[in-house]
Design a protein. Structure first.
Length: 138
């Protein structure tokens, strides 16, 4: 929707799921996350892990992973003209995108390692198993 809103759809190719998606991601200059939920989380982590600056709509999920202006660009929803100017500036700044990509890689290594994610999953499972921590639904 963002591509259509800023009238750049003809210069993008939306490939969908593919077996060689990691190779395609490595060949790109910029990652644009246009997913929600787990798909968005993994896309953010994948692009950042590949040292690639990314663009995504600002949501609580993307804000958890992407430091706006540091490891990527988070767009405010619902403002196509503002989106267009932000994306144009982002695409014009190759040096800044390289710095964002490097910052994203550092963030993934520091904050979202496999060990950290496994620890968080274990804590969630343990908390779910402890009925004293459950809240009554109304």
């Amino acid at each position: 929707m963002h591509a259509a809103a800023v009238r750049v759809g003809p210069v993008f190719t939306f490939l969908g799921e593919r077996e060689d998606e990691l190779n395609i991601m490595r060949a790109a200059d910029v990652g644009w996350v246009a997913a929600e939920g787990d798909g968005a989380a993994y896309a953010c982590l994948d692009f950042m892990g590949l040292r690639m600056a990314l663009i995504a709509e600002r949501t609580p999920l993307t804000q958890h992973y992407v430091a706006d202006g540091i490891s990527g660009l988070l767009l405010s929803p619902g403002d196509p003209s503002h989106t267009a100017s932000e994306v144009a500036e982002f695409l014009a700044g190759a040096e800044n995108r390289v710095a964002m990509g490097n910052a994203g890689r550092t963030r993934v290594q520091r904050d979202f390692s496999e060990a950290a994610m496994l620890d968080a999953a274990e804590r969630a499972v343990n908390a779910a198993g402890d009925r004293t921590k459950w809240t009554a639904s109304v």
